[in-house]
Design a protein around this ligand. Structure first.
Ligand SMILES: Cc1cc2nc3c(=O)[nH]c(=O)nc-3n(C[C@H](O)[C@H](O)[C@H](O)COP(=O)(O)OP(=O)(O)OC[C@H]3O[C@@H](n4cnc5c(N)ncnc54)[C@H](O)[C@@H]3O)c2cc1C
Length: 351
């Protein structure tokens, strides 16, 4: 990623004029872009199809529990600039993510560490870990038999630790925004104008000097070369007593490494240490993406990679007045810190 040539209009008297920049999408990428451009003196406005801010990181209070509407989100990074940027808008608590896997050996800590070996009473070699933890989970997640999964996915495992560290992320900075993600986004947006619940083409009729686009790149081009494939998730939220199987003080998520139809079960009350008798659990069920669900994981391999690199990426690069940012517009899975970083880097050259 390098700074882009984001040429500014000149008005003769001033060396640099203020731009009107419209931003499509009010997720983390769009909001970060709005702040950075506003900080540089430009006028920004955000257009969002959903009835709420925050994109997939959105959370909401249901009773006394802060529910992650689109599945478990945990902030982690080693990037100090990203960390400092978000700390302008929220404090983070000291939540450390620990994940257990529901396997035929029982509930075990993952990634596989010496602690896991202790839990099951023996060490496992890489092939055994692959079978126990990764095969079923990955097949369900991608809807593809293990043997046919691209090496970019199956080659990432097994992730084995030669120590007793049972933290899921080992990044220097981690935690959850103390009042949740939506509260953080509200602070970030401050007086930035946002139009919620607009139609997907609303941005097309609005005048601006430049456009930041964080929606699906294939939708921007009206699916001219066909649809980019995504895997989607269906989320199920339900009440459960706090002393259920899935609730534990040591972390919020259990991965289902078995033939259950759902990937994970998470206890929403754990992230902010909410003191409740009854909690809300969330399960995510993988399914193929179509017009009735959300594009969640880009299938950026095989035909998806060919279509993106061969067509949409090139077309996006030649749009002089539009900058494509975020996971949908760059067709790449981005953790939250990566989404912020991508925007920072791409807008570096803008004055
Ligand atoms: C299940 C799940 C779990 C995750 N867990 C983690 C985690 O633990 N840690 C982590 O760091 N990251 C996690 N992530 C990644 C995180 O969600 C992303 O980094 C982040 O959402 C990226 O923000 P974005 O703005 O690029 O995309 P989005 O959040 O998708 O925002 C894009 C926005 O654009 C809007 N939009 C699209 N098209 C249009 C249009 N035509 N007009 C107007 N608006 C439009 C969409 O409605 C959406 O609100 C997870 C993601 C998922 C799906």
């Amino acid at each position: 990623m390098g700074p882009i040539d984001f040429v500014l209009p000149m008005d003769g008297k001033q060396s640099i004029a203020t731009m009107k920049v419209n931003i499509v999408g009010c997720g983390l990428s769009g909001i970060t872009a709005a702040i950075l451009l506003k900080d540089k003196g430009h006028s920004v406005e955000i257009f969002e199809t959903r009835p709420h801010i925050g994109g997939n990181c959105y959370d909401l209070k249901v009773g006394n529990v802060t529910v992650h509407q689109y599945g478990s989100h945990i902030f982690h990074t080693n990037d100090e600039a990203v960390w400092n940027f978000l700390n302008r808008y929220t404090k983070f608590n000291n939540y450390i993510h620990r994940v257990r896997a529901n396997t035929k050996e029982g509930l075990i800590s993952i990634p596989f560490s010496r602690k896991t070996a202790e839990q099951i009473g023996r060490d496992l070699d890489p092939e055994e870990i692959q079978e126990l933890v990764f095969r079923d989970y990955s097949e369900r997640q991608w809807g593809i038999p293990w043997e046919e999964l691209p090496k970019s996915i199956s080659g990432r495992v097994p992730n084995k630790r030669d120590n007793f560290d049972d933290r899921y992320f080992t990044d220097e900075f981690q935690g959850q925004p103390i009042n949740g993600y939506t509260a953080m986004f509200n602070a970030m947006l401050d007086d930035i104008p946002v139009q919620l619940g607009v139609g997907p083409d609303a941005w097309k009729g609005r005048k601006c000097d430049k456009l930041i686009y964080t929606g699906k790149v294939d939708a921007y081009f009206d699916y001219k070369w066909g649809r980019l494939p995504y895997r989607s998730l269906r989320f199920e939220h339900f009440k459960a007593s706090k002393d259920n199987l899935y609730s534990f003080s040591n972390g919020a998520v259990i991965n289902e490494c078995n033939r259950n139809p759902y990937n994970r079960t998470m206890d929403n009350s754990v992230y902010l240490n909410e003191d409740v008798d009854e909690t809300i659990l969330t399960r995510d069920y993988p399914e193929e993406h179509d017009e009735n669900n959300l594009p969640i994981y880009p299938k950026n391999f095989g035909l998806g990679a060919e279509l993106y690199s061969g067509r949409y990426k090139k077309a996006a690069a030649s749009e002089a007045d539009t900058l494509f940012l975020g996971r949908l517009a760059t067709y790449k899975y981005l953790d939250m810190w990566m989404a912020v970083k991508q925007v920072m880097v791409k807008l570096e050259g803008v004055s």
